[in-house]
Design a protein around this ligand. Structure first.
Ligand SMILES: Nc1ncnc2c1ncn2[C@@H]1O[C@H](COP(=O)(O)OP(=O)(O)OP(=O)(O)O)[C@@H](O)[C@H]1O
Ligand SMILES: [Mg+2]
Length: 248
């Protein structure tokens, strides 16, 4: 069931993740359940190492949850009515490149590409080389439009190393938006920035979301930043606990 009336963006059930280090199993997520409404902004708080990044990677299709074993229920990540856990590799790639935009703490921009090229990279991955070449002109216009709106109109040919941290993060957000995703997954998007610059990045994300209606899951360590979201959840002992306060 998909369609603009669908009130839920995604719903996560029984999400488990165990990393294997040599012969040792390192269980991280022990059955995460989370319902996310369409257009909702959720802040995810949790101690370092609690599995916040792992959870975002699973929801965004960058990695896969554990297969069910020992009688555990089957993990589900339902996105607009479809379970992405069941997707084959190609379908997961498509989901990731069309529906999800990632923003990371350390930007992950390619140093040898210009600002515009970094933003267009997401579209190249989605469309393939030929598809991209066919749509290059409107895509370049769109990239320019987003970068202008982020105050980067005079930085289009700069390399990431020639930008400040806040500028780099705005480029990364522009890159996340080029494919017009339904959901933004931001992993400590202000974690590498001073408070003032971080505040500006949050303003950009808040505006993006109010203009575009994206659902946003944002990991942060900072309760003040989390307070700007619609809802705060905590990741504790590999599970989600709801609530605004500090449960510790
Ligand atoms: N690829 C991996 N292989 C093995 N263990 C991993 C891997 N990725 C993460 N881990 C382990 O899983 C646990 C959770 O990691 P994760 O990065 O999800 O935590 P986090 O909550 O995002 O932490 P932080 O706040 O420090 O970013 C950590 O103990 C980490 O060492
Ligand atoms: Mg992390």
């Amino acid at each position: 069931m998909t369609g603009p009336w669908w009130p839920r963006c995604c719903s996560v059930r029984a999400l488990r993740k165990t990393y294997r280090l040599g012969r040792v199993d390192v269980p991280v997520l022990h059955g995460v359940d989370l319902d996310v409404a369409r257009g909702e902004w959720i802040a995810i708080l949790g101690a370092s190492g609690s599995g916040k990044s792992t959870m975002l990677h699973l929801i965004g299709g960058l990695d896969r949850p554990d297969k069910p074993r020992n009688g555990n229920p089957r993990a589900e990540i339902e996105f607009q009515g479809r379970n992405t856990v069941q997707f084959r590799a190609a379908e997961l790639d498509r989901y990731r490149s069309t529906q999800v935009g990632f923003v990371f703490q350390f930007y992950h921009l390619l140093p040898e590409l210009s600002v515009t090229e970094n933003v267009l990279l997401g579209a190249m991955i989605r469309l393939g080389r030929l598809g991209y070449l066919r749509q290059r002109a409107p895509l370049r216009r769109r990239a320019r439009e987003i970068l202008d709106a982020f105050g980067l109109g005079d930085r289009l040919r700069h390399r990431p190393s020639q930008l400040s941290g806040g500028e780099r993060q705005r480029v990364a957000i522009a890159r996340a938006l080029i494919n017009d995703p339904a959901m933004l997954l931001a992993d400590e998007p202000t974690g590498n920035l001073d408070r003032k610059t971080g505040g500006r990045i949050l303003d950009v994300l808040a505006k993006v979301r109010s203009d575009g209606g994206q659902t946003m899951l944002m990991v942060t360590h900072d309760p003040e930043i989390a307070a700007r979201a619609d809802r705060i959840v905590h990741l504790i002992d590999g599970r989600i606990a709801e609530g605004p306060g500090d449960p510790a």
